[in-house]
Ligand binder design. Sequence first.
Ligand code: RIB
Length: 287
Amino acid sequence: MTTPLIAVLGSINMDLVTTTAARPAPGETVLGRGFTMVPGGKGANQAIAASRAGGQAMFLGAIGTDVFAPQLRAVLTESGVDTTGLRVIDGPSGIATIVVDDSGENSIIVVGGANTAVAGLTTADRTAIAAADILVCQLEIPLETVAAAARHARAHDTTVILNPSPVQHLSDELWEHVDVAVVNTGEAEHWGSLLGRVPHVVVTLGAHGARHRGPDGATTTATGPTVQVVDTTGAGDTFTGALAVRWAQGPAAALRFACTAGSLATTTLGASASVPWARDIESALPR
Ligand code: RIB
């Protein structure tokens, strides 16, 4: 098995995580259980997941010049992610305010910071995307940059995996350049028939695993191991990064591996902190 080269273009945030028994209703104040800061961001989580799952991952995105920036860079390099394409933008890094309840479910607000300055592709981005086997994108950076990256990837036969999250309006042109869409059930409902334009659609189903629909309409499902859920933050990102690593082995094998990685990611608090390594995924694969 050759090691896939995976370019992940997207966001990197410092996650400010508060745990509480139940998330507050509008206008309600509740007491929290604890607070921690963990590097996250959909793009960074997916790059870390791809690297830890055995891929050769490169992160394309931006950190700021604030107190969080060194820690954000460090989590990438410590996970083996290539950061030569990481931009440094004068000002704050991305921030996510996250509330996690006792069931492990969360609410997240992202303030983009440096992520919003990832405008257009740099020469390094173009080189990385052209050389990669797979480009992975999400929607926490300017959408024109995502569209340009997908267009560039298509022109160089790089497979495009899009996780269209958080939901916002996308151009028709972007959809045309997507090979694989990875969505959760809420996103699948939102995007509806637009997903019909994408050859491969993978829907994550939480504790019930994931389902793949291929270009011929055939479906495959897989589940991960049963686990004790602590925090679902970043589980979908872990799934997506792991899926990219095994995509060349076919949807069935890739889904099984990604479901296991995603399940393991729910067992620990924090996004990047919960991303499993290849050896842990391999040993937890359902037999
Ligand atoms: O998908 C989880 C991620 O969404 C968090 O790490 C947070 O930073 C937001 O980007």
